[in-house]
Design a protein around this ligand. Structure first.
Ligand code: AMP
Ligand code: GLY
Length: 424
């Protein structure tokens, strides 16, 4: 069958590479894709916000399954659009409908969901401009640091962690009264700060059954030692050594099962990935956030370790027979390091020629912000490519990745040399 992947990052290249291995796939398309996806699939330029354009492309290319990479089309209702269309409704979409996507699209919704279904998470309250003074009073009841979250999608920038009460109050006012994050911050969640170590667990569900995929830890800050501005992610490791069997058992019992049961109870037909951002607090899992998609660069290590046919799993999702499917994961560790444009996550330049890719043999290059022009691969974004390797240990996987990186070059290339530093 023909499959279409929506998106253009490292995550989508990892999906494309994995799906291209399946003998169930006739033709693979990625919209809009990048220079990497072009090597395993056909890229189609399209604006993902234009669902009618997506429809046209699906019909023209006889697409029989759609895999949605990023959250925005899900939150905007691309799956609902398919279900509402008499022709498209029989084409399975991997990714939740609008209501399920609220788990990521609205922090307030996700906190209410967790509270209702007894899923461990930080204590919280939500406020609007009308309840600003109550919000300030709530801050006074908390210990620093203070966590403020814009309710809606804010391109990964909507979470503020502040050490002083005065600063927290003034930021709260800025978010609610001055729309610091536009309409995304017309509601703000204030929550208790959780002390612990973060990791992510990925779940694939058909709404009734689920599979827990490998865990991963990503490195969000731009600077070594986890310093500096937040980014989309600078590297990732899978599996996570401190995610022991006993801990993962708690995650399954306390988080995954009640999440899937909660979705059913709330009549939310959820078919797709759930990315559970967790804090390990003294050996107990607390949910920091849900995302309704795979992570990037987590996909570049999680999918990299999965040895089974992903199309088969997706068919299980589409037909609600995921319980009949199984999958294998390599015991090896996967490590990925993101090469980024100098200046990212602030202003950076594009259109730099990338050299040395053909010299990389011991690692997999997952393209993110790249494009192909006149036979050359050029940078086309802040996060440019993720270099993934397998090894028997974290240091072994990382060493391969860093040796591969030594062969790659583009003007003002930057990356973290300490991915995994806290795990070894
Ligand atoms: P998010 O954008 O929701 O992933 O949040 C960004 C980052 O803020 C997370 O990855 C955590 O490192 C941190 N964070 C969010 N909520 C909390 C919390 N309640 N306690 C401690 N850290 C948090
Ligand atoms: N790497 C974090 C994310 O995909 O949200």
């Amino acid at each position: 069958m023909n499959i279409l992947i929506l998106g253009s990052g490292g995550r989508e290249h990892a999906f494309a590479k994995k799906l291209a291995e399946s003998n169930k796939v006739t033709q693979l398309f990625v919209a809009p894709g990048n220079a990497g996806t072009a090597t395993v699939a056909t890229n189609i330029p399209v604006d993902l916000a234009d669902f009618n354009a997506v429809k046209e492309m699906v019909l023209k290319n006889d697409i029989k399954m759609v895999v949605v990479g990023p959250e925005a089309p899900l939150v905007d209702g691309v799956h609902d659009f398919f279900l509402a269309d008499s022709i498209l409704k029989n084409i399975p979409v991997i990714g939740p409908q609008k209501q399920g996507a609220l788990l990521e699209g609205s922090k307030d919704f996700s906190k209410q969901f967790m509270e209702k279904h007894n899923i461990p998470t930080a204590k919280y309250q939500s406020f609007t401009s009308k309840t600003l003074s109550q919000g300030k009073a709530f801050l006074e009841t908390l210990e620093p640091p203070y966590v403020l979250k814009a309710d809606g999608l804010a391109a990964g920038k909507g979470v503020l962690i502040l050490n002083s009460l005065a600063e927290a109050k003034s930021e709260l006012e800025d978010m609610l009264s001055n729309q610091k994050f536009g309409s995304a911050s017309s509601t703000v969640v204030i929550e208790e700060f959780l002390h612990g170590i973060e990791l992510s667990v990925f779940v694939l569900t058909d709404g009734k059954n689920y599979k827990i995929l490998p865990s991963a830890k990503d490195y969000k800050r731009i600077g070594e030692g986890d310093k500096g501005l937040n980014t989309g992610g600078m590297g990732a490791i899978s599996p996570v050594p401190f995610a022991t069997e006993a801990f993962l058992q708690k995650v399954e019992e306390r988080v995954v099962k009640p999440t899937i049961e909660g979705l059913q109870e709330d009549k939310i037909d959820y078919r797709g990935f759930i990315f559970v951002g967790l804090m390990n607090v003294n050996g107990n899992p607390y949910v920091i956030e849900y995302n309704v998609r795979m992570g990037d660069p987590e996909t570049e290590v999680v999918l990299h370790r999965i040895q089974s046919d992903l199309v088969d799993l997706f068919q299980g999702v589409a037909t609600q027979t995921l319980n009949e499917k199984s999958f294998q994961v390599t015991n090896q560790t996967a490590a990925t390091v993101m090469l980024v444009s100098g200046g990212y996550p602030e202003a950076y330049e594009k259109n730099k020629v990338i050299t040395g890719l053909d010299q990389v043999t011991a690692s997999t290059v997952y393209h993110a912000g790249t494009k192909l022009e006149n036979g050359e691969v050029l940078t086309n974004g802040g996060r440019v490519m993720a270099i993934t390797s397998l090894g028997n240990t974290i240091p072994e996987a990382l060493e391969k990745t860093y040796q591969s990186i030594d062969k790659i070059n583009f003007d003002k290339m930057n990356y973290r040399r300490d991915i995994g530093f806290d795990l070894v």
